[in-house]
Design a protein around this ligand. Structure first.
Ligand code: 6PG
Length: 252
């Protein structure tokens, strides 16, 4: 795997051969981040289809045995406002794929989609995050998360931060409701905001497949898109397979 700092985004692009190698590289980064912190660990998961292979790997003996499950807490960066058992529910997918088999229930922190509406769910999740963090203000020397996983959508959104939506400009709240999605599935969303997502030691994007190449080219060109504005106060890494890699990044 090769790495290259991208001049405009200040993010590091790491290229791997294919989707399987990408999931394995991501699993190595997850376990390395956990190993680097001997205390309570917080990981913010993502939805969509990109992380499913990673989640499957984390439940295999190789990775499962490396993770001190009792001290690792699992959050989610955005949620579709559907019931917890709906196939579209992001945390539901993570639970089915690995969490329910591996993590203590008390360490799984879903966005409460049983709330009256997305705004109320956001308010409740924000207070859950703040009580976990132990303060209502984020301090840069003490990141909220060890690792934040991310994906990018065809319009350049990440989490449920869509281009030109008010949520992308939010700098006070940690979590907000998004009444209408910009892309499928067209269900209301709840999303962490840029400052909450940024408060991490590492932000790791997973991008795989040729259908992602167009949007990744725009992101790496430095276009003003949510996925470009989402950056860690620590390290930001784009883990990309060859099929998704723009022409000028090929051969790395
Ligand atoms: C969601 C996500 C979203 C996702 C991207 C990429 O709830 O849909 O969290 O931000 O990460 O849309 O999705 P894919 O991995 O399915 O391409």
């Amino acid at each position: 795997m090769a790495g290259r700092a991208h001049p405009r985004t200040h993010a590091k692009v790491m290229a791997v051969s294919d989707a399987a190698a990408l999931a394995q590289a991501a699993a190595e980064r997850v376990t390395a981040r956990i190993a680097a912190n001997g205390d309570r660990v917080a990981i913010c998961l993502t939805g969509g289809s990109s992380p499913t292979e990673l989640y499957r790997l984390l439940a295999t003996d190789r990775y499962r045995n490396q993770i001190p499950w009792d001290r690792v807490h699992w959050f989610i960066g955005d949620e579709r406002f559907v019931s917890a058992d709906d196939p579209l529910n992001n945390m539901g997918m993570a639970r089915r794929t690995f969490l329910d088999r591996c993590a203590p229930a008390a360490n799984i922190h879903p966005i409460p989609t049983g709330a009256a509406d997305p705004r109320e769910a956001a308010r409740r999740y924000e207070s859950e995050l703040q009580s976990f963090y132990g303060a209502n203000e984020l301090v840069s020397s003490r990141p909220l998360f060890d690792l934040v996983l991310m994906g990018v959508g065809p319009d350049g959104h990440t989490a449920s931060l869509f281009p030109d939506y008010p949520a992308i400009e939010e700098i006070e709240r940690w979590v907000v409701g998004v009444p209408q999605a910009h892309v499928e599935p067209f269900v209301p969303r709840v999303t962490l905001t840029l400052p909450a997502l940024a408060s991490c030691r590492e932000m790791l994007f997973e991008v795989s497949g040729s259908e992602k190449r167009t949007i990744l080219t725009r992101v790496l060109d430095g276009e003003n898109l949510p996925a470009n504005r989402a950056r860690s106060t620590g390290e930001t890494i784009w883990l990309v397979d060859q099929a998704a890699l723009p022409e000028n990044f090929r051969g790395q």
